[in-house]
Design a protein around this ligand. Structure first.
Ligand code: A2P
Length: 256
């Protein structure tokens, strides 16, 4: 497979387990918001590549990624030490199922994530077309500790003041961060908060129903499994190849 070489332009460490980085982007590299690519570096003369969702929007000049740091992970143990000016490899093509092409029309778009599963949704919430398609966009992010709420300030402070999309964000984006292992204003697993109705209650929005609500799921295997069961039990159908559905899903890439 052919790879592009891009240069690291920015690195931000959120905590000891999580970091974001940006790279240059060739003008010819195109993607849909929600897509992922293969990212990596040459190790012992061979490309070592892992799937990463793109966290920047497709109209932005650079590419942004969110990664965990796995101490013994073949790639992330190296990637976590990257510095501005370093070079990375990137696949020439992007792909993925977390795109609105695969969801049936609806009123509310739910973006359900845990951990680094947030990444593709950072791209999607910056897409003006998504707000044309839905009345509300509900972004949930479940993490163990509040320090793992990557992009929290960006979502709550910067994005609503963005000169192009700030107004639509203020009107339509509902952000619901939740923490499971320490006190926080929203506490508990997203699945439980949806099942109990508390999440809709807290956001002051109607209970979910097949007619109105569409879902994108991105997180751990356990989250995907439990959330899929909740939706299936309520009569929602997953998108299949070539047919749109009430929901789409992708496991968050571990990126070891
Ligand atoms: P918990 O602390 O109860 O395990 P991780 O860092 O392991 O990927 O977890 C990220 C977040 O996802 C944590 O808050 C974790 O909660 C939560 N989580 C783990 N499994 C599930 C699941 N099956 N459904 C919903 N949330 C989950």
């Amino acid at each position: 497979m052919a790879y592009l070489t891009e240069t690291v332009t920015y690195v931000k460490h959120w905590n000891e387990r999580l970091f974001s980085f940006r790279t240059t982007r060739k003008p010819t590299f195109r993607f849909k918001n929600g897509h992922f690519v293969m990212i990596g570096m040459e190790v012992e003369g061979k490309p070592l590549m892992r799937a990463y969702s793109i966290a920047s929007a497709n109209y932005e000049e650079e590419l942004e990624f969110l990664s965990i740091k796995v101490p013994n992970g073949p790639l992330t143990s190296r990637l976590q030490h990257i510095k501005v000016g370093d070079e990375l490899l990137l696949s020439e093509k992007s792909t993925g199922t977390l795109v609105t092409d695969y969801t049936l029309p609806g009123k509310n778009l739910w973006l359900i994530s845990t951990g680094t599963g947030l990444a593709p949704f950072m791209s999607i919430i910056k897409d003006p077309e998504v707000y044309d398609q839905f009345d509300r966009v509900i972004l949930t992010h479940g993490v163990r500790y509040a320090a793992c709420l990557a992009y929290h300030n960006y979502i709550t402070k910067e994005l609503p003041n963005n000169e192009y999309i700030g107004d639509i964000i203020k009107e339509k984006l509902h952000y619901y961060p939740t923490v499971t292992r320490e006190p926080y204003k929203n506490k508990g697993r997203i699945t439980d908060l949806i099942q109990s109705g508390q999440l809709c209650n807290d956001l002051n929005i109607p209970d979910i129903k097949v007619e109105d609500d569409r879902f994108m799921l991105c997180g751990s295997e356990a989250l995907i499994k439990d959330m899929t069961k909740i939706l299936d039990d309520k009569g929602f159908h997953a998108a299949r190849k070539r047919t749109q559905g009430h929901y789409v899903l992708e496991n968050a890439f571990v990126g070891k």
